[in-house]
Design a protein around this ligand. Structure first.
Ligand SMILES: NC(=O)c1ccc[n+]([C@@H]2O[C@H](COP(=O)([O-])OP(=O)(O)OC[C@H]3O[C@@H](n4cnc5c(N)ncnc54)[C@H](OP(=O)(O)O)[C@@H]3O)[C@@H](O)[C@H]2O)c1
Length: 274
């Protein structure tokens, strides 16, 4: 598995997203993905699938250190006690001694971020999470934790795909060696309908999904976590290392309108302008 080195840690560039994978289906897909060579799994307390992912990991018999496992603390668990209790529960459900990455799922304006971070750091100090980070943090919030609080942020996981820009974050991530995890990297399927992406798929004899993912992983600091629920998609999404986008094609995707945000629940923060 090809990795990106972030803050000295090798992170598999392609992970499996597991939002909406639940129950037996989730367990089977994660097992299959691990068999196919996936070594990076993304989950969250909200997804209600940590137990099934734990079962899949247990049966795969992969040395723990080969796996990069992320979970996210729910919006409602941001107070210090809840951070600790809910993370302990995640570890129990996932049946692992530690997480590679523990994220704040969404900024919560009702809870002082300093207490959330302090609790996450105490988990890190106990070796139960190797790295901490955030998700859905606009620049203002990210700078507050990374610069003002000097918290050791490893990653900001955000919606990022050919139809949505993350320009300021990418510059900041490169300057500060942060990982940008691109969620919904296929735009939940919408990017695959983009005429340019389809045209490039024909040109490179690849699929639209492979073009969309290749464009992302060719960028500094960026890793991707496409969700897939069948073998063909799982295989396809990993098979993106036998071609390179020509500069003109890469920049043509860059030039597509970048204002089509998909994931924006009513508790979402004020997003950065794109
Ligand atoms: N931090 C956050 O707030 C947040 C928010 C959203 C998502 N996420 C994470 O990011 C992951 C991915 O995002 P997402 O699930 O929203 O969307 P996505 O990965 O952009 O798209 C998933 C959709 O694309 C389809 N697909 C996958 N591979 C394909 C292929 N090769 N060809 C054609 N279609 C393909 C899947 O179909 P099948 O299922 O049929 O294979 C599914 O319908 C999530 O699962 C989750 O882990 C995080």
């Amino acid at each position: 598995m090809v990795t990106k080195n972030i803050q000295g840690i090798d992170v598999p560039e392609i992970g499996l997203g597991t939002f909406k994978l639940i129950g037996k289906e989730c367990e089977q897909i994660v097992k299959l993905a691990l068999n196919l060579g996936y070594r990076h799994i993304d989950t969250a307390q909200e997804y209600k699938n940590e137990r099934e992912i734990g079962e899949a990991i247990k049966h795969a018999h992969i040395p723990r250190e080969e796996l990069f496992l992320t979970t996210k603390i729910s919006l409602l668990n941001m107070e210090a006690d809840d951070v600790i209790k809910s993370t302990e529960r995640s570890l129990q459900d996932l049946d692992v001694p530690y997480l590679d990455l523990l994220l704040i799922h969404w900024p919560n304006p009702d809870v002082d971020i300093e207490q959330t971070i302090e609790a996450m750091l105490s988990i890190r100090d106990q070796g139960k999470a190797l790295n901490i980070g955030v998700s859905n943090f606009p620049m203002k919030h990210l700078k507050e934790v990374n610069d003002e609080l000097a918290a050791p942020i490893f990653c900001n996981q955000v919606e990022y795909h050919a139809n949505l820009g993350q320009f300021d974050l990418l510059d900041y991530a490169a300057e500060n060696d942060l990982m940008v995890t691109a969620y919904s990297p296929l735009g939940q399927g919408k990017v695959l309908e983009e005429p340019l992406i389809k045209e490039l798929a024909l040109k490179y004899d690849k699929t639209p999904a492979q073009i969309a993912l290749r464009w992302l992983i060719e960028q500094e600091q960026v890793v991707v976590i496409p969700k897939a629920s069948n073998k063909a998609h799982l295989e396809e999404n990993m098979d993106i290392y036998d071609f390179v986008l020509e500069d003109d094609d890469f920049y043509a995707i860059d030039e597509l309108p970048k204002d089509q945000r998909i994931v924006t629940p009513d508790f979402a923060p004020d997003w950065d302008a794109v």
